[in-house]
Design a protein around this ligand. Sequence first.
Ligand SMILES: CC(C)(COP(=O)(O)OP(=O)(O)OC[C@H]1O[C@@H](n2cnc3c(N)ncnc32)[C@H](O)[C@@H]1OP(=O)(O)O)[C@@H](O)C(=O)NCCC(=O)NCCS
Length: 197
Amino acid sequence: MSKPTAKVVATAQLSVERTTDLDDHDIAELCEATDAAIIEGGGFGWVEPQGRAALERHFRGVMLVPERELFIARLDGMVVGSAQLVRPHRNNEAQAFAAQLTHAYIAPYGRGHGLARLLIQKVEERAAALGHRVLNLDVRETQATAIALFQTLGYIRWGVHPAYARVRGQTVAGEYYYKLIEPGRGRRTGPMVPGTP
Ligand SMILES: CC(C)(COP(=O)(O)OP(=O)(O)OC[C@H]1O[C@@H](n2cnc3c(N)ncnc32)[C@H](O)[C@@H]1OP(=O)(O)O)[C@@H](O)C(=O)NCCC(=O)NCCS
């Protein structure tokens, strides 16, 4: 009888971090991941690949905007995706409780490992820690994987915009979602929606 052979299962290392400074190596990987995701079908704003220089300007700009926070996702240390948390302007006191999750994507070569789920959870945790109680997002109705993911994470669709985006000459509808998030560190500020816990 032959001896059973040991089976080595390599587990991908997933990580997500909020960043305010990226070195040249990381920004190169981020730009490559972004263009790869755009070429594969986009779904997060851009339609055409932008190239390294334009994307680097974009991300360096994002990191300078006070209301924006940039999160990057790594697979085995390599940057393969990102997302942004957009906080309301300071003059918008009435909506200070709500933030926006936007520009979330993982490059095709980083997908299927659970990174998008982790990325969104980290953005939610950060929004909660900052005191936000609602996270809003919108997505093209063609982004079936993203929509399925948002729904499993508890996002509630409240509207559809029939003229949301234009992609290669076609109008694409968009879906609007929100999620109530728990305040950080067990702080209670009362129900956000009357009649809910
Ligand atoms: C949506 C997207 C971010 C998912 O990235 P990902 O890292 O592969 O996602 P995950 O591995 O975290 O998987 C999340 C869930 O989607 C499911 N999923 C992933 N790819 C799938 C596919 N091709 N078909 C069906 N389900 C899929 C997974 O099973 C997982 O569900 P589970 O956690 O219940 O098992 C990625 O496909 C993407 O970048 N798409 C284009 C950009 C986009 O649409 N962004 C959203 C607009 S802001």
